[in-house]
Design a protein around this ligand. Structure first.
Ligand code: UAG
Ligand code: ATP
Ligand code: API
Ligand code: MG
Length: 482
């Protein structure tokens, strides 16, 4: 492909050299440059990619997209733009054949529920007989082929490469999570969305966005960017639900478990095995628990309706779907208590999961919670998470999540600092996560619930840059076998 073909959707300030040069690849990371690639130099949060331009040329890069023109090297073409961050997605999309226009792409954003909703939509549309793609925190899929994910939303190059693979595999639909980081860094730039979904907004990632307002605006930018022929489905029960869609060109639809909305549901009955719901006047049994999952299910239902599926067919498939890996996943112990592995890693998610557990327990058992908080992430949420855990549990064991480059005990101390003397009486702290889970299981009696929160599907614990194998579910199964 020729360089000028991938520049069609951007407005270069200046081009130095041959714009007709053939390019064999596009990359934002100099370390991945191969002969003939276009290197896009981006100013990141850690380093300025411009300092790797020489390295990219040394590795065979034949063209450079940048904001600041360096001293030119013969035989290399330079394209200057105002923002490489803005250009990267638009360029990558054209290089990969504009894949998002060749399938129906639906994005999900919000603080909690993205993985759940995107995965349920993926499972549902496969059950409808379509080939489907999924981009999510847990794993990416090109039809039935899993491709490991290390971000919630991949970088613009990997993202378009994956979408192109989906198109090539014959996928008609793709469902993806759009994290606030990704929207803010324009990783999704240049993509054409058929629809967007909003879940909810509570505090997270303030380490990155600094203020709640910036965080909200990052999410809102996704809806601002949707085209006229897309749909925007928002949660009318969330304070920020209508804010999200106030400037969108897309067709707005709402869902609610409480007020008037386009898509509505209420709980008729609930057990640990699932719930009976009434959705838009029809009854359906689902294999999920928790009020927040009713919202997630409604978002899925609404998206399927907007994608042209019939309500009765949607409900039939919904009743066959089950919980997403590490999201409210129950494991029964031989002693007769229930362990629940969940990915709740924000104060709000913890509160919701504990609520869901109490809805089912209905006062007939104790709740023992094991939780921690991730290192090198939002510190402000730590004391709040401890408070939420204590508020709705009989005992709490505070432990390590992914300490990353922080001291595990220091993170635990930040959590404990949120508690008063009376609250502290319910709490013990054990740095070693395996020991913490084991201790919780020793405390539990028949009918109790042990909630193991924070890591969900993760099969590692990240300590000082190294990912050590660790899997909450595996630890529980080992304890139950012994
Ligand atoms: C804070 C953050 O979001 N950082 C992301 C960002 O990196 P950055 O801008 O900091 O990059 P940088 O390290 O400063 O480098 C600048 C540029 O120089 C390039 N470079 C760098 C070194 C080199 O030798 N050569 C080279 O070319 C880099 O490729 C980059 O283009 O852009 C990169 C490419 O897209 C991401 O991989 C990187 O994710 C980091 C690893 C990360 O941990 N991100 C997390 C916080 C994240 O994105 N999480 C969200 C949401 C999670 C959630 O909602 O739960 C996610 O979508 O996963
Ligand atoms: N609609 C919801 N409202 C509140 N909490 C939710 C909701 N859905 C899921 N949760 C809780 O949040 C946790 C994370 O859910 P999920 O992985 O679906 O969210 P996510 O938005 O993908 O998170 P991440 O930002 O880490 O990718 C779940 O384990 C559950 O505890
Ligand atoms: N994708 C999120 C998930 C965090 C999950 C939790 N286990 C942690 O490590 O904090 C993040 O990177 O902030
Ligand atoms: Mg996710």
């Amino acid at each position: 492909m020729k360089l000028n073909e991938v520049l069609k959707n951007i407005h270069p300030i200046k081009i130095v050299g041959d714009a007709e040069v053939e390019i064999t690849g596009v990359n934002i990371d100099s370390r991945r440059i191969k002969a003939g690639h276009l290197f896009i130099a981006m100013k990141g949060t850690q380093v300025d990619g411009h300092q790797f331009i020489a390295k990219a040329i040394e590795l065979g890069g034949k063209s450079i997209l940048c904001e600041d023109l360096p001293e030119p090297v013969g035989g290399v073409t330079y394209v200057q733009v105002a923002s490489t961050e803005d250009a990267a997605g638009k360029v990558a999309t054209l290089f990969y054949g504009d894949p998002s226009r060749k399938l129906k792409l639906v994005g999900v954003t919000g603080t909690n529920g993205k993985t759940t909703i995107a995965t349920l939509l993926y499972n549902m549309f496969r059950k409808f007989g379509h080939k489907v793609g999924l981009l999510s925190t847990v794993c990416n899929y090109v039809d039935d082929q899993p491709i490991p994910a290390d971000h919630t939303t991949p970088d613009p190059i990997e993202l378009n490469e994956l979408l192109a693979k989906m198109v090539e595999a014959g996928c008609e639909y793709a469902f993806m999570e759009c994290s606030s980081h990704a929207i803010h860094q324009k990783r999704i730039g240049g993509l054409k969305f058929a629809g967007g979904l909003f879940t909810n907004l509570t505090r997270d990632h303030l380490d990155y966005h600094k203020t709640f307002e910036n965080y909200r605006n990052a999410k809102k930018a996704f809806f601002d960017g949707l085209p006229k022929d897309a749909f925007a489905i928002t949660n009318a029960d969330d304070k920020n639900g209508m804010v999200m869609v106030q400037n969108t060109k897309a067709t707005v639809k709402t869902y609610s478990t409480r007020t008037l909305a386009d898509f509505r549901a209420r709980i008729l009955e609930c057990h640990f095995e699932g719930m009976y719901l009434e959705i838009d006047g029809r009854e359906v049994g689902v294999q999920f628990i928790g009020k927040f999952n009713v919202s997630n299910i409604l978002a899925v239902y609404g998206a399927a309706v907007m994608l042209g599926k019939k309500p009765e067919d949607i409900l039939l498939v919904l009743s066959t779907l089950h919980s997403v890996s590490g999201r409210l996943e129950p494991i029964r112990s031989p002693e007769g208590f229930t362990a629940i592995v969940d990915y709740a890693h924000t104060p709000d998610a913890l509160a919701n999961v504990l609520n869901a557990i109490h809805e089912v327990l209905d006062g007939k058992g104790h709740v023992i919670t094991v939780c921690g908080a991730g290192g090198n992430r939002d510190k402000g949420k730590r004391p709040l998470m401890a408070q939420e855990a204590v508020r709705q549990s009989d005992r709490v064991i505070i432990t390590s999540d992914n300490p990353r480059f922080e001291e595990p005990q220091a993170i635990i101390n930040d959590m404990l600092a949120g508690l008063n003397d009376q609250q502290l009486r319910k709490v013990i702290s054990i740095v070693d996560r395996k020991e913490a889970i084991r201790t919780a299981c020793m405390m539990a009696k028949r009918g109790d619930v042990v909630l193991v929160a924070g890591k969900g599907h993760e099969d590692y614990q990240e300590i000082k840059g190294v990912k050590h194998h660790f899997d909450d579910k595996e630890v529980l199964h080992d304890i139950f076998k012994a």
